[in-house]
Design a protein around this ligand. Structure first.
Ligand code: ASP
Length: 370
């Protein structure tokens, strides 16, 4: 146990020292808080590690009534210290993997996070991991981790819609519940979960649906996986897609991911954006296409040129819910259909698929399975 606490703090220092440069950019961050002394672990409690990446949960504003236009201000130690009750639930240690708004989470940060989670969860001492994260792109990180974490142990993503300085800030209680969930054996084998506002969502299905409401996270067709009430989870549904230990993807030797861009479908759209993406080095293009993945004439021309240069196309939809069904023309056109994955999650899967193959049949099989 002592070794557990000690090694966690050493690792925190190491991770900060090796962060990619984007992760070191902390807008308006205060001087780093001195590392809190490691609390003496309580025998019998599960060990949970909190990996912090930034977001509103780690931000504050000038007044307690201000819930927009705030900046990053909190380190992982601040987040933990704000919720002393977590020490009754688990032996909690924190590591600062990044400190950024989630719009600036990079593929390098994703890889760092995934590799660290795999190391942590391989240890028999550790029961689960909580990731604090901005809500804007939380679903992308959650789905990425769902595809590459090699463990059945709980991984819980958590954030906040109100900064830590706000009246009724939601972060502290969300974090408390996330630690409870990560420490709960009934959360095993469920894939990566997102917990905010007393609701548990599956990484595969969840999406941010509202710019500012506390109940922003929804799974429009599939619903919540469960509720978190009275200190424990109540699970009702589970994703049917393969995840975590069932997934083929392995990030252990990866240092980058093939670039994949997203292009939007709309009336009278310009085909030259496809050329721009290809020229910039895109290996894949996801279409946030109209309706059930329909492609305009301008896009067809741009896509054909991209496919001729070896780029893989994935047809998703801008509608916000529903399934993009396969088209008999997909193979001929160099494209795949993305099932119910929204464009930002289809991008995550296409990047991982391209680490394995460029064969369209195999890539379509990934979209059918994951
Ligand atoms: N801008 C924030 C982010 O980092 C929003 C949030 O965390 O709620 O995603």
């Amino acid at each position: 146990m002592k070794n557990f606490a000690k090694s966690m703090y050493c690792t925190a220092t190491l991770l900060l020292a090796t962060l990619p440069s984007a992760a070191q950019t902390v807008p308006a961050a205060p001087p780093a808080a001195p590392a809190a002394p490691a609390p003496a672990p309580t025998t019998g409690l599960p060990n949970v590690v909190i990996l912090a990446t930034g977001g509103t949960i780690a931000s504050s504003a000038d007044s307690n009534t201000q819930v927009v236009n705030y900046s990053l201000s909190q380190t992982v130690n601040n987040l933990i210290n704000a919720v002393p009750a977590v020490t009754k639930v688990a032996n909690v240690t924190g590591e600062q993997v990044a400190n950024t708004g989630s719009q600036d989470i990079t593929t390098e940060i994703l890889l760092t996070l995934a590799k660290r989670i795999n190391v942590l969860l391989a240890s028999p001492d550790i029961s689960g991991v909580v990731v604090t994260h901005g809500t804007d792109t939380m679903e992308e990180t959650a789905y990425f981790l769902d595809l590459v974490v090699k463990s059945d142990k709980p991984v819980v993503m958590v954030g906040a819609m109100r900064p830590s300085s706000a009246l009724s800030a939601d972060g502290p209680f969300n974090l408390y519940q996330a630690v409870q969930l990560a420490a709960n054996p009934t959360a095993t084998g469920k894939g990566v979960m997102v917990l905010l506002n007393d609701r548990i969502s599956a990484a595969r299905y969840v999406t941010k649906t509202n710019t500012s409401a506390l109940d922003t996270f929804k799974s429009p067709e599939q619903g919540y996986m469960g509720a978190f009430v009275g200190g424990k989870p109540y699970f009702y549904t589970q994703p049917t897609q393969v995840h975590t230990t069932g997934s083929d993807f392995d990030v252990s030797t990866l240092t980058s991911l093939p670039p994949v861009e997203i292009l939007y479908g709309y009336q009278n759209n310009a085909g030259y954006l496809y050329d721009a993406a290809v020229q910039a080095g895109a290996k894949g293009i996801v279409l946030a296409a109209t309706g059930n993945g329909t492609v305009s004439t301008a896009s067809k021309k741009g896509l054909a040129d991209a496919v001729a240069k070896g780029v893989v196309i994935a047809r998703s939809s801008r509608t916000g819910s529903g399934t993009v069904t396969p088209s008999p023309d997909d193979l001929k056109n160099g494209s795949v259909s993305t099932d119910s994955l929204n464009p930002q999650k289809a991008r995550i899967l296409l990047m991982l698929a391209l680490t394995k193959t460029t064969d369209l049949n195999k890539i379509q099989a990934y979209f059918d399975r994951y």
